[in-house]
Ligand binder design. Structure first.
Ligand code: SF4
Length: 217
C-alpha cells in the first residue's frame, strides 16, 4: 500500500516514525491505556454510524481477519453509483494511497465528510486528518462539499457535537498536497531514516518507538 491516513498523520509527526512503522513495526510498544482509548474510540465510532439514520457500512474482512481493502473500495464505488445516502467506512484508493471516511453523507449539492473522534475537544490534528481524507477523495473524483468532525455531545439527549471545519480544513488540504510525495518516498526507502529525538516524540502523542529511539541515541 502507498500512504494511508495513519501513515500520513504519523509521518507528519516524525518521518522516522513512519519509516519504523513500515520497516520495523515489531519495535513499537503500545501502552495499555492507549489500546483502551482506541477501543473506546471504536465503540463511539460504531455508535455514531447511525447518527443520520439508516446507513450502509462497507467494512469487509478477509479470512485472516484483516480488512479487505479492495472489497471495501469496490463496495464504496457501488454505493456511490447507487446514490446511497449514508456510507460508513467509505473506502478510497488513489494510486494505492488509501483512506476510509467514517461517514460520507449525500447532500443535495454533493457528499459531506464526517470524521468521528471520541474526544472532549476539537484537536488541530483532527482537522489535519480531514485534510488528508479530502485530498484522497478529491483525487478519486469525489469532492466533499463540506467537512465535519463529530465529537461526543454534552448529554444523552444530545450525543453528538458536529463541528463544521470546512473552512479550517482548507489549509490542511494544501499541506497534504505539499507533503504527500515526500512521505511516500520516506515510507518506501530502504535505508533507515534517522532524525534527532525532540518535541515530536511526545507531541501531539507520545511515540510508540520512544524507548527504541531514546535507547539507541
Ligand atoms: S521516538 Fe521520536 S524520533 Fe523516534 S520515531 Fe518517535 S517521534 Fe521519531
Amino acid at each position: 500500500m502507498g500512504i494511508s491516513k495513519t501513515d500520513y498523520m504519523r509521518g507528519m509527526q516524525c518521518p522516522r516514525m513512519l519509516w519504523l512503522d513500515a520497516h520495523h513495526p515489531e519495535l513499537k510498544i503500545i501502552p495499555p491505556e492507549v489500546l483502551e482509548r482506541l477501543d473506546k474510540g471504536n465503540e463511539f465510532g460504531d455508535k455514531a454510524m447511525g447518527m443520520f439514520g439508516p446507513f450502509t457500512e462497507v467494512t469487509t474482512y478477509l479470512e485472516n481477519g484483516r480488512l479487505d481493502y479492495n472489497a471495501m473500495i469496490q463496495k464504496t464505488k457501488q454505493c456511490i453509483e447507487n446514490g446511497t445516502q449514508v456510507i460508513c467506512e467509505a473506502a478510497f484508493s488513489w494510486y494505492g494511497n488509501y483512506c476510509a471516511v467514517d461517514i460520507l453523507r449525500k447532500a443535495e449539492d454533493g457528499y459531506e465528510l464526517y470524521e468521528v473522534k471520541n474526544s472532549s475537544h476539537l484537536g488541530e490534528q483532527f482537522i489535519k486528518d480531514v485534510g488528508f481524507q479530502w485530498f484522497i477523495l478529491n483525487n478519486c473524483g469525489v469532492r466533499p462539499v463540506r467537512r465535519f468532525v463529530v465529537l461526543p455531545g454534552p448529554s444523552e439527549n444530545e450525543p453528538y457535537l458536529i463541528c463544521d471545519i470546512s473552512e479550517e480544513s482548507k489549509k490542511y488540504f494544501t499541506e497534504t498536497a505539499n507533503n504527500f510525495w515526500r512521505l511516500f518516498k520516506i515510507k518506501k526507502q530502504v535505508e533507515e531514516v534517522t532524525c534527532d529525538t525532540g518535541e515530536q516524540c511526545c507531541k501531539p502523542y507520545r511515540c510508540w518507538y520512544y524507548d527504541h529511539c531514546h535507547k539507541t541515541e
